[in-house]
Design a protein around this ligand. Structure first.
Ligand code: SF4
Length: 340
């Protein structure tokens, strides 16, 4: 009999799956699991017969850390081996105020083929299960202490695996567990319209970031094949409906590729694209990844781009380079799986 994965079960689900007679036992077990314990013996308020049951029928974590890379005080990158042998990466980012953000993967590899992203080179292996997403958080937390924020910006397109991502968020947001506020969780998409529509109607009510990269339709189609079937025009209509219903701001992520997305006309198209959406822009100067033919703009160009956007009244932030030395920065996650 395959074991029950505990990491992404809510208190009532634990009670039900284990046929526990007392409802509160499910809550007690949930609290321990979400503390990230690695041994049932640590459940000091759980009676021994239930611990035996847990040992026989359940598993706390299926993920094994294969490698851990650190950029001291800035980032940690983990290479994690899943039960079926696939490998993913997860990252912890620490900002200048010491705030810790877990950057989680939602898929092993990615099917979206964005040209500037190293993960695309891996191809698509499979969707992650919700417990595998929560386990990434627990492992990062065991290495770094309290984590306050979560971004789904690791490997994969989260809106292609929304059911499992949603379940993981339910668990990590639960007040008896990690209690991460929904406003501290961000889902980043390359622009999957059906997924944004699903979020609009069914949540989760987390922050939404859209990896726009450029508002030039032709260039976007070349850089991001998703744009051929999910056009910029459709994307904007979908985001307007999302905003009408949820009232939430959107963040547009603009990856700056020298000579391709950092030109005067790119700024003008972006300024024209955004209204009447209420959106801020996060500039991400491209992070070099082995084998990809792009260039990061120099500092002067990046500053010029940022200031031109800000001068037009757009709220602009810039993603500072983190994790570059350990290939943990945005677009650099990659695992070369043997035999593939
Ligand atoms: S940028 Fe995101 S959606 Fe695009 S290939 Fe990379 S991981 Fe996938």
């Amino acid at each position: 009999m395959s074991k029950i994965h505990l990491a992404a079960l809510l208190p009532d689900e634990i009670t039900e799956k284990l046929h526990l007679l007392k409802q509160f036992r499910g809550k007690q077990i949930f609290q321990w699991v979400q503390k990230g314990i690695n041994n049932f013996e640590r459940m000091t308020n759980v009676p021994n017969p239930i611990k035996t049951l847990l040992n026989e029928q359940t598993i706390l974590s299926t993920s094994k850390v294969e490698a851990c890379y650190r950029e001291e005080g800035v980032s940690i990158k983990l290479r994690i081996r899943l039960l079926d042998g696939h490998t993913i990466e997860s990252v912890l980012l620490i900002d200048t105020q010491g705030r810790k953000t877990a950057c989680l993967s939602s898929q092993a590899g990615c099917p979206m083929k964005c040209m500037f992203c190293k993960t695309a080179d891996m191809g698509f292996k499979r969707n992650l299960e919700s417990h595998e997403i929560v386990e990434q958080f627990h492992i990062l937390s065991s290495l770094s202490g309290d984590i306050s924020h979560i971004v789904f910006m690791g490997m994969g397109e989260p809106l292609l695996n929304l059911k499992e991502v949603r379940k993981a968020i339910d668990v990590l947001h639960h007040p008896e567990g990690r209690n991460i506020g929904l406003r501290k969780i961000t889902i980043s998409t390359c622009g999957i319209i059906s997924g944004i529509e699903d979020m609009t109607c069914n949540g989760p009510a987390v922050r939404l970031a859209v990896s726009l990269v450029t508002a030039d339709d032709d260039i976007r189609k070349k850089l991001m094949p998703v744009s051929c079937t999910n056009t910029l025009k459709q994307l904007k209509q979908t985001l307007l409906a999302y905003q009408d219903r949820t009232g939430k701001w959107i963040t547009f992520e603009i990856v700056l590729l020298a000579g391709i997305t950092d030109r005067e006309e790119d700024i003008n198209k972006l300024i024209a694209f955004i209204p009447p959406l209420r959106a801020s822009v996060n500039i991400i100067p491209w992070n070099p990844a082995h084998g990809l033919p792009y260039k990061r703009p120099d500092g002067t160009r990046i500053k010029w781009f940022r200031e031109r956007l800000a001068a037009s009244g757009i709220v602009v932030t810039q993603r500072y380079q983190k994790g570059n030395s350990i290939n943990a920065a945005c677009g650099q996650l990659f695992v070369d799986e043997p035999g593939e």
